[in-house]
Design a protein around this ligand. Sequence first.
Ligand code: SME
Length: 164
Amino acid sequence: MAEAFNDLTLSADREARYAEVAAEIASVLDGEPNLTARMATVASMLAASFDHYFWTGFYVVDPAKGDELVVGPYHGTLGCLRIAFGRGVCGAAAATRETQLVPDVHAFPGHIACDSRSASEVVVPVFGPDGALIAVLDVDSDQPAAFDEVDARWLEKILAATFG
Ligand code: SME
């Protein structure tokens, strides 16, 4: 019972913080069209807002290849430079165009360990104004099962508002 109550409290706190940071991001980026500036700001502001975030950043679709991601603005330890569509969690999000919520990265087939401390992650596809996939946002935690539907839905909402 106490545990269920704590989960609910945590979830409500998380919702409230996402609502605040969504408004802060929109306000900071108002009038700024540059994509790199927008991605860098989103990564920085999200990383600074949540204790369960360990690595926060974008992998962008490489226009020269079309089916490969290349690292973009991020906040955290050194990330892998390139990820093919279909490889690991980021590659799965890019190939399926669907959010990947992974409670245990070690149980995910083909997971790419850029930093062995990553234990769970959520990866959300990012679409441009014309609906084309432009990037994925990868958020890793050093805690297992750190992300839930609250993270997934709010990240989708923030990314749609910022890049769609
Ligand atoms: N975890 C990702 C790789 C990127 S890094 O962890 C920064 C994946 O398997 O897609």
